[in-house]
Design a binder for this molecule. Sequence first.
Ligand code: ZN
Length: 601
Amino acid sequence: MSYQALYRVWRPQRFDEIVGQSIITRTLKNALITKQTSHAYLFTGPRGTGKTSAAKIFAKAVNCHYLKDGEPCNQCVTCKAINEGSLNDVIEIDAASNNGVEEIRDIRDKAKYAPTQADYKVYIIDEVHMLSTGAFNALLKTLEEPPANVIFILATTEPHKIPATIISRTQKFDFKRIKPQDILERMAYILDQKEVEYDDKALKLIAKAAEGGMRDALSILDQAMSYGDNKITYENALLVTGSVTNELLTTYMQQVINKDTKSALITIQKILDEGKDASRFIEDLTSYCQDILLYQQDPGIVEEMELGIIDDQFKTLSGQISDQKIYQMINELNDISNSLRFTAHPDVYLEVLTVKITHLDPTDQSNQASMPQPKRAVSAASTPEVNAEIQELTQQVAKLKAEVDELRQGSTAQPTPISTPEPAKASESHSMDNHIELAKIYPILGKATRKQLNQFKSVWPDLMDALSVPQRSVMHVSSPVAASAGGVIVAFQYAFLYQKAQADTDLKDALENNLDRIVGKAPQIVFVPENQWPDIRREYLTSHKDQLKKTGSQTKETTDPKADAADDDSEETPQPETDSQPVVKKAAELFGTDILDIKDD
Ligand SMILES: [Zn+2]
């Protein structure tokens, strides 16, 4: 018999076997027991969290005549046919490959006919966000006049792409990322059943690397099993996940905190010699830094979310390093990870990084002084040895920088001049990252008013209170910077938190839902990194100058001047006389007077 992937063999067949979604499965079972099922469901959540499994189990349960405590029997003809995928009345559609109107119209026509073999016809539409607008409209018509004995289960990883009209016709369930501990227990159960030996540490590593998805966890487990002879070892798990050991990370961090550049450089060399991937090291280190930040905020969060990282050394480290320094480190790591994508010489970048972060000065908020600062260091410890060391390191940095420049010039494959590890250049760089959603930002800026912005600012604390603790930890350095009636732009002080927020669709949903509750509307929310915000505004004002000149004189009437004055204490500052005065005025209305550095060219 050919080998079957673990996630197929161990796909849950009962609600109780779905890991980490007990609230959802209990609610569904209760609905089945009390016969209060809905005709349309929307299952949302990250991949591998059990949406499709739950949909299939539901399809069985609603049709099984031997239902017990809301669970299908998995023994009767109907259950078996559904498990084999041979029951005509349970129809699975992958919208990613069937996004046309015709397919959905076809569903609409066929849905009218009664089920042939089972009590209910169940349509499971996976990746439903991929449907075209026309297909959504056709689906909406069906949902508005639901045929008897037909149930739709829509599943998606991207609920923000589903029209509100569809969402309002469904009962919505948000599947959460599965906790590492739950993933670990499931993996251990499966391995016990298969009589495969395993190292606890190996499972912890895999559980963490799976990032909340059971399917990913089982795929990694499959790979680790193929390496080892019926045994899951820590070494194989490290190999498959490409992770750097916690010991090495802790050692490296300790050396960074001690400003022990030489030892830290040796550790980097050791990591690279072991064949570790430089990008993976940066990812692991970033995640380690985030764990420290979270741990400093609330040890409980990390204990709940992470596995195995909290040893005595981790606790000691957390007490030794300031959050400012961690934020600076994360910024540096972020810059490096961008550069690493385009280099064939990652070791040089890691060495430059090491020299830089062992010299970070946490008292400097601007993060400009990541290079060694002789004067400050001297005042801290003015001895000849320290001076000599600083001089040596300064030379070292200069040498490494020259090497990097040389490499960069030699490499023509480099597609864009993105930020370099050199701090001065990085901060001067005006090139905007291509992931900034200008197409969403410009329409908001076009209709932005101070009044709207003030409204969002005033409810922001309430909005933060409504979020979960991990979500709040991502959002706590964010603030609204511009707003119109239909949208709000939110800037993040730290690029890594911006990226985290950007990747988190649950977070955007939570923000929109809570705003809807608090202010009675759900505006579009767009995230930007704070350091790019001045450039975004400047480019917007430059590219819309003519338009703004025309409308500039009118907009004053539509905004509330009192709201301006209340929020902006620099209102009285005399404004520079330029021929683009209406633009300046409009800009001041949108953003306040702090951006009157518009170049009129
Ligand atoms: Zn059955």
